[in-house]
Design a protein. Structure first.
Length: 194
């Protein structure tokens, strides 16, 4: 009964957020939802990390970001298979309640969102990575990358692939993995880089 109530609340929040689609917002949300647009941005950020931190610190920091994304992605897959909560676009009840779907297909299960975990994990890890050079102030970068992570996460509700709870839990896991990987990078830099 408790979990059913949680699901019902989550379903209502999801349908509320999902209802704000429009002719201009739909293409924007689909753009943020597609993984292909992430890779050029990741490449630019990796180049900036090498440029600003030098090759040793840069390499450690970039590897920590890669580790973070892998941990987020694989943990999300384990949870999806283990918990087996249907995606909204696979749940006939949610569809019948008015879910607007911009994307179909994908896996059957959606808890928790790998997109949200990956984007928030990368945001945390890369922002903390830039701080490995104490001379740098990257408030502008932090504002941009967390805005991007938010948009990627919210886009998954807009396109009909995830419930709000999937995204929220994904973001929490991403933040935790981002902190862990950034701390590992900082530890490695202290030990290995003179």
């Amino acid at each position: 009964m408790f979990w059913q109530n949680i699901h019902d609340i989550d379903q209502q929040i999801t349908l509320f957020i999902n209802s704000f689609h429009s002719a201009w917002s739909d293409p924007v949300m689909m753009l943020f939802s597609h993984v292909r647009i992430w890779f050029p941005m990741y490449g630019i950020i990796a180049a900036l990390l090498f440029w600003r931190l030098g090759w040793k610190k840069g390499l450690i920091t970039v590897l920590s970001c890669v580790l973070c994304v892998v941990l987020c992605d694989q943990t999300a897959n384990l949870f999806k298979d283990g918990i087996a909560r249907l995606r909204p676009c696979q749940d006939q009840e949610t569809i019948s309640m008015g879910l607007y779907m911009l994307e179909t297909g994908g896996g059957l299960y959606g808890f928790f969102s790998g997109h949200a975990a990956n984007s928030f994990g990368f945001a945390v890890c890369s922002t903390m990575g830039f701080r490995n050079d104490k001379r740098l102030k990257y408030r502008g970068y932090a504002a941009w990358i967390f805005f991007w992570a938010f948009m990627v996460s919210i886009s998954r509700i807009f396109v009909g692939k995830h419930y709000f709870g999937d995204v929220l839990v994904g973001a929490i896991f991403g933040i935790l993995f981002g902190l862990l990987c950034a701390w590992l990078a900082r530890f490695a830099i202290r030990k290995l880089v003179k």
